[in-house]
Design a protein around this ligand. Structure first.
Ligand code: HEC
Ligand code: HEC
Length: 259
C-alpha cells in the first residue's frame, strides 16, 4: 500500500466529510442499525488492526474465514460493504471521528456568528438584500425589513428594523427563529421555502456585524436626522417665502384698486 504517499497528504483528509459521503448511507453512529451495524462503540468492541483492515477490504477478510467478520456478514444478511481505498492513517482518523460520536448534527447549524469570516458576512448581506437569491426561492428579507445602513438603501417597513435582532435574540436564539420560522407574517411564506443551514448562518453573521457596528449606525442615523430636519426647515422656509411673496403680490393690486 502506498501509505507514505497517503500519509503525506492525509492532513487534508476530512473524516466528517468522508463519513458523510462514504459511510453514512449504510451506518449511523448511535442511531441504531441500518444496512450495516450502528458504529457507536465499535472502537471498543473491535481491535483497531481488525477495524482498519475491515474498512479497507471487508470482503477479503470475510472470505478468509475470519469468524467475527463472517458472523457479522451473516447477521447483516450477507450484504457486502464496499472496499475503501483509504490509507491506514485516514482510517484511523475515521475511527477517531466515530469514537467521538460523529458530527455534531449538521455543519453550520449551531455555528456561532463569532466564527463567521468576512466572506460569510458578505454572503449574508447579499442574501438579506436580495442581490443573491435564497436557494429555496424565499423572498429576500429586505422586502420587509431594514438592518443597519441598508435602511437608507430602501428596505421594506412591513417588518421591524433588524439592526438589533442579534442582541435581542442572541446567537442560538436567532438561528432557531430563522431555521423554524414562526413569526406570523413570515411563517406561511417561508414554510415551503425555508432557509438552508448555511443561509441561516450567513444571515445571522450579517445581522451580528450590523448589530456590532450599532454605534456607527446611530451616528449615521443622527446625521440623516439632522439633514432631514435641515431639509424640513429649508422646505418650510421656501413654502413660507413663496406664500408671503404671493400674499404681497396679491395684496398690492387690492391696495392699488382701492386707491
Ligand atoms: C453499502 C453499505 C455500506 C457502506 C457504504 C459502508 N458499510 Fe460498513 N458495513 C456494512 C455492512 C452490511 C456491514 C456488516 C458486515 C458485512 O455485511 O460485511 C458493515 C460493517 C462495518 C463495520 C464492522 C462493524 C462491527 O460491528 O464490527 C465497520 C467498522 C464498518 N462497516 C465501517 C464502515 C465505514 C467506516 C464505512 C465508510 C468508509 C462503511 N462502513 C461503509 C455496510 C456498509
Ligand atoms: C413578507 C414580509 C417579510 C419578509 C420577506 C421577511 N420578514 Fe421577518 N418579519 C416580518 C414581520 C411583519 C415581522 C414581525 C412579526 C410578524 O408580524 O410576523 C417579522 C419579524 C422578524 C424577526 C423578529 C424581529 C423582532 O424584532 O422580533 C426577525 C429576526 C426576522 N423577521 C427576520 C427575517 C429575515 C432574516 C428575513 C429574510 C430571510 C425575513 N425576516 C423576511 C415580515 C417579513
Amino acid at each position: 500500500m502506498a501509505s507514505t504517499v497517503a500519509s503525506s497528504w492525509s492532513f487534508a483528509f476530512d473524516a466528517a466529510e468522508t463519513f458523510e459521503k462514504k459511510c453514512s448511507s449504510c451506518h449511523s453512529i448511535g442511531g441504531g442499525d441500518d444496512v450495516g451495524p450502528d458504529l457507536k462503540g465499535v472502537t471498543e468492541r473491535r481491535d483497531s488492526k481488525w477495524l482498519i483492515r475491515f474498512i479497507q477490504e471487508s470482503q477479503t477478510i470475510i472470505q478468509s474465514g475470519d469468524p467475527v467478520a463472517v458472523e457479522l456478514f451473516n447477521k447483516f444478511r450477507q450484504k457486502k460493504m464496499p472496499d475503501n481505498d483509504l490509507a491506514e492513517a485516514e482510517v484511523l482518523q475515521l475511527l477517531e471521528f466515530i469514537k467521538a460520536g460523529g458530527a455534531p448534527t449538521k455543519t453550520s447549524e449551531n455555528k456561532s456568528a463569532l466564527k463567521a469570516t468576512p466572506n460569510d458576512v458578505e454572503l449574508g448581506k447579499n442574501l438579506f438584500s436580495g442581490s443573491m437569491r435564497l436557494s429555496k426561492g424565499g423572498p429576500s428579507c429586505v422586502s420587509c425589513h431594514t438592518a443597519g445602513q441598508l435602511q437608507y438603501l430602501g428596505g421594506g417597513s412591513l417588518g421591524p428594523d433588524l439592526t438589533q435582532a442579534y442582541s435581542n435574540y442572541n446567537d442560538t436564539g436567532l438561528s432557531k427563529v430563522l431555521t423554524k420560522i414562526t413569526f406570523p407574517t413570515m411563517a406561511e411564506i417561508y414554510a415551503a421555502k425555508p432557509l438552508t443551514n448555511d443561509e441561516v448562518f450567513q444571515i445571522k453573521a450579517f445581522l451580528y456585524s450590523v448589530d456590532k457596528t450599532g454605534p456607527v449606525t446611530a451616528g449615521y442615523q443622527k446625521k440623516f436626522l439632522f439633514l432631514g430636519i435641515l431639509g424640513l426647515f429649508v422646505g418650510l422656509g421656501v413654502i413660507d417665502f413663496s406664500w408671503r411673496s404671493r400674499r404681497r403680490k396679491s395684496s398690492r393690486p387690492t391696495a392699488g384698486g382701492k386707491s
